[in-house]
Design a protein around this ligand. Structure first.
Ligand code: PMP
Length: 427
């Protein structure tokens, strides 16, 4: 495949943008090649500036559950843009999206819109601290909740890929308020809670961990965490930035039947535009300014374009059978992948929840961050490069999830399975 224009653009970008990218994992660094620069996308396909076509499983890291450029989403954005891009004042669109979100998540009684997942988790944590009057928080190794200081401790995603689980620049005095536990290990959480009794404001987690690949919660883990939080007066924050409207319309909380006190959303609810949201129990949310004293704000919060794209997207997700169809597509891909992988001498382990998945280069199963780190990342790199060369666009790192959209056709999935067979032969 010819990548001449991408290579030229990368040289230019590197001269003025750190690493040539505006978000680290986009650099393809751990995959051992340079990034492709994108010109456009449509449906399940994405096209680079050299004119190469790829079947896309990145989907902008999750938001594009409908595929790219769904006509109804494009139309909604265009229509809204013609009336003004931003006012910094309330619009009816914000309430409309808030109503859709509250209906989908019964434990979200009030919700506030922000502009990214990072802002959603950062604000939810401030709110939990303000509401409880406690300073410490507990997160899980390998979970990523955006790049606010107190959350960049033993985090997944790019930090795992680049081997800096706790970022330089986060003062030790901040990090000391962040306790970290092993994912799927309730005993570890119980120990930490007992050792910090009455001091923990919140426990935050990805109910399916999608930033160390794709790690489902083991049976009982979420409910036991829920019970522990209730007993100890700890706010349970379920970060559904990735899983919300993805693993079910009502997210991981609907799928696993466990509810947080606060919930963070992002990605899909903005239909590809910059959005995040956090919401939950009325009593907690009313601690936010201007009702309460916990401050949180944003010039572009509730931006009309983003609200329109989100509303149009979520309305399409309400169509009868949408999630069943997505599940069927994902299950079809899973069956093909497992058949091919089963016939290969290369050790791989496929894990999936709904429309998100990961192929680990190891035997598995992977239940936590330490297990994820045992993957053969060199082999992953060879697999990634072979897939890309065959026109399959995957997340360029082992510790990221892949995403299936409703626009992936059987032909797309068959091509992907055939490409995997070839890729495994080269790994
Ligand atoms: N939480 C989770 C679970 C995420 O996956 C991400 C981003 N991948 C974030 C928070 C941060 O969202 P953003 O990149 O929009 O700041």
């Amino acid at each position: 495949m010819n990548h001449t224009k991408s290579e030229e653009l990368f040289v230019k970008a590197k001269a003025i943008i750190p690493g040539g990218v505006n978000s680290p994992v986009r650099a393809f660094k751990s995959a051992g090649c340079n990034p492709i620069f994108i010109a456009k996308a449509a449906g399940s396909k994405i096209y680079d500036v050299d004119g190469n076509e790829y079947i896309d499983y990145v989907g902008s890291w999750g938001p594009m559950i409908l595929g790219h450029c769904h006509p109804k989403v494009v139309e909604a954005i265009q229509k809204t843009a013609a009336s003004g891009a931003s006012f910094g004042a309330p619009t009816p669109l914000e309430t409309e999206l808030a109503e859709i979100v509250c209906e989908a998540y019964p434990n979200i009684e009030k919700v506030r819109m922000v502009s990214s997942g990072t802002e959603a988790t950062m604000s939810a944590i401030r709110l939990a601290r303000g509401y409880t009057g406690r300073d410490k928080i507990l997160k899980f190794d390998g979970c990523y909740h955006g790049h606010a200081d107190s959350l960049l401790v033993k985090a997944g995603s790019g930090l795992a890929t680049f081997g800096v689980p706790t970022s330089p620049g986060v003062p030790a005095d901040f990090a000391k308020y962040t306790l970290t536990a092993n994912y799927n290990d309730l005993a570890n959480v119980q120990e930490l809670v007992a050792a910090n009794k009455g001091e923990i404001a919140c426990i935050i987690l990805e109910a399916v961990a999608g930033n160390m690949g794709c790690v489902p919660p083991v049976k009982g883990f979420l409910q036991e965490l829920r019970d522990l939080c209730t007993a100890e007066g700890i706010i349970l924050i379920i970060d559904e930035v990735m899983t919300g409207f993805r693993v079910a319309y009502g997210g991981a909380q609907e799928r696993f039947g466990v509810r947080g006190d606060l919930v963070c959303l992002g990605k899909i609810i903005g239909g590809g535009l910059p959005v995040g949201a956090f919401g939950g129990k009325r009593e907690i949310m009313d601690s936010l300014s201007p009702e309460g004293g916990v401050y949180q704000a944003g010039t572009l919060s509730g931006n009309p374009l983003a609200m329109s794209a989100g509303i149009a997207t979520l309305k399409l997700l309400q169509q009868e059978g949408f999630y069943q169809q997505l599940e069927e597509k994902a299950a079809y891909l899973e069956k093909g992948v497992q058949q091919v992988a089963g016939n290969s001498p290369i050790a791989t382990c496929w894990q999936r929840v709904g429309g998100m998945f990961c192929t680990y280069f190891q035997e598995g199963p992977v239940n936590n961050f330490d297990a994820a780190l045992a993957s053969d990342t060199e082999a992953f790199g060879r697999y990634f490069r072979s897939m890309l060369d065959q026109g399959i666009n995957l997340a360029p790192a082992q510790f990221e999830a892949g995403f299936i959209s409703i626009s992936h056709s059987k032909e797309d999935l068959d091509k992907t399975i055939a490409a995997l067979e070839k890729a495994l032969a080269t790994v």
